[in-house]
Ligand binder design. Structure first.
Ligand SMILES: Cc1ncc(COP(=O)(O)O)c(C=O)c1O
Length: 461
């Protein structure tokens, strides 16, 4: 893979592929996350820490499929595990239980404080959707509390107040629920309480006002993967949710295996009632997991009740239980053997020789070098994050939540990100940096050097 050089940089092939894609696919992309202006860059190949686009440009990849690829692109151990699974089992999928499901569930249970039982899904979205349904079914309550700026997947109740404008967002201590898409019915707005992250007093106030109606509080323990909750906030939130019998859901789709092997809950030493995982757990394949306290997870047990897919000759009347006792969860591909093989190989790699800790150390090295570099050029900037994820923010203020972030200088960041793309650093403008075990010291030093080149151009120093 040859490095792109500044003068040769062109993305004309990407542009023409994108333009043709727009004929067949709305906006030319199969997910909004892949879109960027003026057009996305189309990739053709990847290995380790590098991406190669259709014009032949090589990038050091810090997007890593939104953080999924903690062991980089195409790790040989993962490729081998997947190939072996297909060969040894003789099929892609059984459609019945198989041993890997319980092995992987057991492995996750051993790692995560808050998980005593678990079920798989095929995405983070499905995991949080199920987690919320379980919480509503368990408590018999209908409302969900979520934090402003937190993302849990692209469905109706989750697509509220993820990225609102400051005009829409309302009172800091009492954020207005703002729909983020057309097609979200008012029902979800009425049934959602939006909370201010890292503001314990206001959060307690809103939970207290709605305590008999709120089934669950769902949160990213590290907002967007890079704004950590304070320890005090986490402890206070655990205490108040316990007091009111509200199910506390940690959505660890981003932080799982990236903050520690036991996720953010291991770092904070706090056990939520339900945890959702995704991304890294699938080793680059689509996965989700919902795990939690036994008492709560058991309500998904199909034996104790009847469900719409049960093959039973009994009449509805004779069936044990009624529809109210069913917490339905099913999917044709859930617990897919190929995905779980990739996930198992990923966990094996991460548990070997303290590799995750070393990757966290390298992330800290990069953050410190970048901070020192920007300081030398007199540009106010800081990095924020936890574990193997961080973000670059142009502000000298403390960042504790979504609204603090809105006050930072996005246009400076955007300018730098776009120039870095031309120089061979792949970061989708304005998004977080995720590290992999495959980023070498050379990659990191080159990243710092390319930032310096951009700074020289911007500051004329
Ligand atoms: C915290 C969090 N929850 C849920 C999701 C949804 O996961 P998926 O994209 O696998 O559906 C994401 C995706 O970025 C996420 O970051």
């Amino acid at each position: 893979m040859q490095s792109s050089t500044e003068n040769l940089f062109t993305v004309e092939t990407s542009k023409s592929i994108f333009e043709e894609a727009c004929t067949y696919i709305p906006g030319g992309v199969t997910a909004h996350i892949k879109y960027m202006t003026p057009h996305p860059i189309v990739m053709k190949e990847a290995k380790g820490s590098k991406l190669v686009d259709v014009d032949g440009n090589v990038y050091i990849d810090y997007l890593l499929c939104s953080g999924s690829l903690l062991t980089g692109h195409g790790h040989p151990a993962i490729t081998e595990a997947v190939t072996n699974q297909l060969h040894d089992m003789g099929t892609t999928i059984f459609g019945t239980p198989h041993l890997l499901e319980q092995q992987m569930a057991k492995r996750v249970i051993e790692l995560y404080n808050g998980i005593e039982m678990a079920r798989f899904t095929n995405s983070g979205l499905e995991a949080t959707l199920l987690a919320i349904r379980i919480a509503k079914g368990f408590t018999g309550r209908e409302k969900l509390a979520k934090f402003e700026g937190h993302y849990h997947g692209g469905y109706d109740q989750s697509l509220i107040s993820v990225n609102p404008t400051m005009e829409e967002a309302g009172d800091t201590k009492r954020p207005t629920p703002v729909p983020e898409s057309r097609g979200i019915s008012n029902y979800y707005l009425e049934k959602t309480v939006v909370l201010p992250f890292n503001d314990l007093e206001a959060t307690i106030q809103l939970l207290t006002e709605n305590k008999d109606e709120i089934a669950a509080v769902i949160m990213e323990p590290v907002q967007g993967g890079y704004i950590p909750a304070t320890q005090e906030f986490m402890e206070g939130l655990r205490e108040i949710t316990e007091k009111y019998g509200i199910v506390l859901i940690f959505d660890e789709v981003k932080t799982g295996f990236r903050v520690s092997m036991g996720g953010a809950q291991g770092y904070y030493n706090i056990a939520p009632d339900i945890t959702t995982l995704g991304k890294v757990l699938g080793g680059g394949f689509p996965v989700g997991l919902v795990g939690g306290r036994k008492e709560i997870m058991e309500i998904t047990n199909p034996i104790s009740s009847r469900d719409i897919l049960s093959a039973s000759v009994e009449t509805n009347k004779e069936k044990n239980g009624n529809k109210d006792s069913v917490l339905f969860h099913s999917g044709t591909y859930y617990g897919h053997p190929t995905i779980l093989s990739a996930g198992k190989a990923t966990l094996d790699l991460l548990e070997k020789d303290g590799i995750l800790d070393k990757t966290i150390e390298r992330t800290m090295w990069l953050r410190q070098e970048l901070e020192a570099l920007y300081a030398r050029y007199g540009v106010t900037m800081k990095t924020i994050g936890l574990g193997t994820i961080f973000n670059i923010v142009f502000t000298d203020k403390e960042i504790l939540n979504y609204r603090d972030m809105q006050e930072s200088d996005f246009s400076m960041r955007d300018k730098i990100d776009r120039r870095l793309l031309e120089l061979g650093v792949y970061i989708k403008p304005l998004t977080r940096y995720s590290m992999s075990t495959e980023h070498t010291q050379e990659d990191l030093e080159k990243t710092v050097a390319l930032h310096e080149q951009v700074l020289k151009e911007l500051t004329n120093k």
